[in-house]
Design a protein around this ligand. Structure first.
Ligand code: NDP
Length: 331
């Protein structure tokens, strides 16, 4: 089933019409569980496009821990109904626009996170598919100079890193400690703090083999958590950004009056937790830094995984040892 997007039947316009099929390949699960519930559907329905949405031909996607937690049923009270096509992060090409879409047009190369809130009613049809429908406001033009795999690695992680730092009151001259500096979020939080917000000192934690990586991302102090105890660190920080789930330890290394932002796990005062909101304007704001190379995507060297290897990619992500982002490309 092939549907021509153009309403015109004249040969001149038919030649430039974007053809969108009625069915597509998509990874899907119809029950919660481990990575084994994921199945490749060769004839999934291409999502309908709402008036404020665009249809994106997905070129690359990335996995996040929330994809695995959602698939395991951790958020089922607020999840969309099954079956689910997972995936929040994407890059791709706009192939169709809704009637109220203002800026984007067919042919635009875009990237973004498909659901405004990843936990509260996320989209049933996500990015691990050939096509997905996304609100225009959640997308931005792909940064010039980045390929699709690099762009897809960014949205959820960089928006989380940025929102967390902003909520914690980041500004030039502050000192920041990032727990989990080699992960998808942490690797971007280090770069944002140091190269975008002008932190005076950035410290970050990882295991022994990843210490040099932390320094290359911009960390002034790289802490090997297998050798050093957080509670015994010589310095305290204005902001502690916990990307690991160590809220109890994080509050012991913050300065009096400082902020502790926690992404996962238990929170004790003065720590606070938040859930990222997808927002294309944040990506637009960061595009110049991505284009100048001040902010660099970090793709785990085990990847990119091919579209047929999504189960393997999930299993790898779920080891909790990924360096930067687990990317699926091409789709
Ligand atoms: P990743 O899977 O990318 O994190 C993997 C990294 O974590 C590895 O490089 C590993 O390094 C590091 N790590 C594991 N344990 C420790 C430790 N004890 N100390 C320091 N580093 C450690 O995850 P993300 O960065 O994508 O996400 C991090 C967490 O934040 C997840 O729980 C995720 O669900 C959550 N999250 C929450 C969001 C929100 O809105 N609240 C948004 C995004 C993420 P090593 O191998 O050296 O241990």
């Amino acid at each position: 089933c092939v549907v021509a997007v153009s309403a015109s039947s004249s040969p001149a316009t038919a030649a430039v019409a974007t053809e969108v099929p009625g069915v597509m390949k998509a990874w899907v699960y119809d029950a919660y569980g481990d990575a084994g519930v994921l199945k490749l559907d060769e004839a999934a329905a291409v999502p309908a496009v709402g008036e404020d949405q665009v249809l994106v031909k997905v070129v690359a996607a990335a996995l996040n821990p929330v994809d695995a937690k959602r698939r395991a049923g951790k958020f089922q009270a607020t999840d969309s109904p099954l079956p689910t096509v997972p995936g929040y992060d994407l890059s791709g090409v706009v192939v169709k626009v809704g009637s109220q879409v203002k800026k984007l047009k067919e042919g635009d190369e875009v990237y973004g996170m498909v659901s405004e809130n990843p936990l509260q009613g996320p989209k049933q049809s996500g990015s691990l598919a050939e096509y997905t429908a996304v609100e225009e406001k959640l997308l931005a033009l792909k940064p010039k100079g980045l390929d699709f795999a690099q762009a897809a690695s960014l949205p959820l992680a960089v928006e989380t890193a940025n929102e967390g730092l902003e909520r914690a009151g980041i500004s030039a001259g502050k000192s920041v400690l990032i727990l989990g500096g080699a992960g998808g979020v942490g690797s971007l939080a280090i770069q944002l703090a140091k190269h975008v917000y002008g932190a005076s000192k950035v410290a970050a934690t990882a295991s022994t083999k990843k210490i040099e990586l932390l320094k290359s991302l911009g960390a002034d102090v790289a802490i090997d958590y297998t050798k050093e105890n957080l509670e015994e660190l010589p310095d305290k920080y204005d902001i502690v950004f916990d990307g690991v789930g160590q809220g109890d330890k994080a509050v012991k290394v913050v300065k009096e009056g400082g902020s502790v932002v926690v992404l996962t796990g238990a929170v004790s005062p003065p720590g606070f937790r938040f859930v990222v909101t997808s927002n294309g304007s944040v990506l637009e704001k960061l595009n110049p830094y991505l284009e100048s190379g001040k902010l660099k995507p970090l793709i785990d060297p085990e990847g990119p995984f091919s579209f047929s290897q999504v189960v393997e990619a999930f299993s790898y992500l779920e080891t909790g040892r990924a360096t930067g982002k687990v990317v699926i490309s091409p789709i």
